[in-house]
Design a protein around this ligand. Sequence first.
Ligand code: GLU
Length: 286
Amino acid sequence: METLREAIKDKKRVVVKIGSSSLQHPETGDLDYNKMEVLVRELCNIRNSGKDVVLVSSGAISVGKKSVHLENDKSGKVSVKQACAAIGQAKLMMIYQKFFAEYNQVTAQVLMTKDTITNTVNRVNAHNTFSELLELGVIPVVNENDTISTYEIKFGDNDTLSAIVAALIDADLLILLSDIDGLYTDNPRNNPDAKFIEVVEELNDDIMHMGKKETGSNVGTGGMNTKLQAAKIATSAGCDMIIANSSDIHILHRIMDGRNFGTLFKANRDEDFYLADYIMDMKEDA
Ligand code: GLU
């Protein structure tokens, strides 16, 4: 019988999410071009193997802050973050396009808010746009529209956003590249007895409780908790999800070769799962 890992080779539509901290040099906060280059090359190669590929990339706010020397801004002012996102998103996209162009790969920018999903017309439009882009062989680069999204319409983190994108476009695999190897029974940075979990067949309450708010980095927003929320959305929508370490981005082709890296959350389609309703409920919880 084909193992869960071997089945990864047959996936047709893959969403890859990378966080701000994985794109930067920890010493300076400047972009790590080598990492971005490997990421782009890996994505193009997955695309060349005949699969649809979508990249969800963070980094707009941190790249923007860096550009105007506001990286130490502690004001927490929303308008500052939104202005920095406008600066950083354009810069991030320019750099991605430069790398993608080396492989003759066309890209597109898609910026989303919660309204993209909760408003039926917007959701259908977004779905159709993604379908068209993928049909054209394009690799869309997605982020939250941080420049205009206010508290009410904000997803807040790209782990959740990437799972929503995966559900919206009926992806069959979501890979979250993170600063940790995958899911542990406890935070391995504090607890040396924490055990690594290779496969989660069912996202039960015990697993959901393993989500810890803290992350190893202080850039970006995703802790294990947001990754488990993402797993809930992706697996309920019928999509496998893998959390893997971004320290070596070549891990992407190893995963696609069906090898055992990271934690795999097995898809468990819930016939009662409706993306828009799920997002509406998130809105009420906020
Ligand atoms: N959308 C934010 C950005 O691009 C990042 C959100 C996140 O790190 O999860 O700056």
